[in-house]
Design a binder for this molecule. Structure first.
Ligand SMILES: Nc1ncnc2c1ncn2[C@@H]1O[C@H](COP(=O)(O)OP(=O)(O)OP(=O)(O)O)[C@@H](O)[C@H]1O
Ligand SMILES: [Mg+2]
Length: 279
């Protein structure tokens, strides 16, 4: 479905993506997770043909992203990190424009617009200007626009950045619904809980490289599923254990205040990179 081989991009001396190897299956929700500057957007932009790789290759449904651009464009939908709706157009007109750019016939276009506005729960706002929408509504409109030409693979770059918890959950529900209807989804995020809640598999990126790959459960097993956090004055110390029994035994040997809890993806990240997400 998506095959990425030694994909690289440098900007001058900055190695934004440093040789990425990855395969994503049809029907997956795959999340690229990583801190600011890890190379997520650059990877996304190469896969969606917004920027040319400096090296390596990537194909989507067998089409090379550096080869037949029109074929790739047909099979992918793209929701970029930054809001790029036409603010002076209505919701309906934004979708209409996209349909025209994709040369969809008039009747089909109008039908699809109505269908999609209902799908993202904006039917009642069809004729309002996009600049009147809240952040969550804009994001849903961008998703509807990306779906206009019925792609089989959807790319979302930071789909819930800046949204409140309710709007974020609405987007998660939308992504799950699309996926259950057959859509392959590749998203980037630096929200750990988003990757954990949504993604079948996660790739953790740091400094342009993939430093871990697997299901959230596999990744947590890798560091140890139970954490003992010792609360010191100088900063917390973390130790990972395969099960609760071992964790309890260790905690009992400590004089400090301790917290025993289940590991999460953030622990995996910290353990693998020695840094916090966002550092
Ligand atoms: N157009 C560009 N010109 C020069 N350097 C760039 C450009 N785009 C990205 N970079 C650099 O490449 C690196 C990776 O950036 P990228 O935007 O891919 O990170 P990201 O993982 O998406 O981060 P964020 O979480 O902040 O969105 C950074 O060091 C960044 O400064
Ligand atoms: Mg980014």
């Amino acid at each position: 479905m998506i095959k990425i081989s030694r994909l690289a991009k440098h900007y001058g001396s900055i190695q934004a993506v440093a040789g990425l190897d990855l395969e994503i299956d049809r029907g997956e929700i795959f999340g690229l997770l990583g801190p600011n500057g890890a190379g997520k957007t650059t990877t996304f932009r190469m896969l969606t043909m917004l920027t040319k790789p400096s090296g390596g290759s990537a194909s989507i449904n067998g089409y090379e992203v550096t080869g037949d651009l029109l074929k790739v464009k047909k099979v992918i939908g793209v929701v970029p990190q930054h809001m790029n709706l036409d603010q002076e157009l209505t919701a309906w007109e934004n979708l209409e424009l996209h349909g025209r750019l994709h040369k969809m016939p008039g009747e089909r276009r109008r039908q699809r617009i109505d269908e999609l506005l209902a799908y993202v729960e904006l039917a009642g706002r069809a004729h309002d200007l996009a600049n009147k929408f809240s952040g969550g509504m804009k994001r849903r409109l961008m998703i509807a626009r990306a779906l206009m030409h019925s792609p089989g693979v959807l790319f979302l770059d930071e789909p819930t950045a800046g949204l409140d918890p309710q709007a974020r959950r609405n987007i998660w529900d939308l992504i799950r619904r699309m996926n259950s209807e057959g859509m392959t989804v590749l998203l980037t995020t630096h929200y750990i809980e988003e990757a954990e809640a949504l993604c079948h598999r996660v790739g953790i990126m740091d400094h342009g490289r993939l430093i871990a790959l697997g299901t959230p459960t596999e990744l947590k097993k890798r560091v140890g599923e139970v954490v003992v956090e010792a609360l010191n004055h100088g900063g917390n110390e973390y130790r990972f254990f395969a099960d609760r029994e071992q964790a309890l035994r260790y905690a009992g040997s400590l004089a400090d205040n301790v917290l025993i809890r289940e590991a999460n993806l953030e622990d995996v990240f910290v353990e693998l990179t020695g840094r916090k997400v966002g550092d």
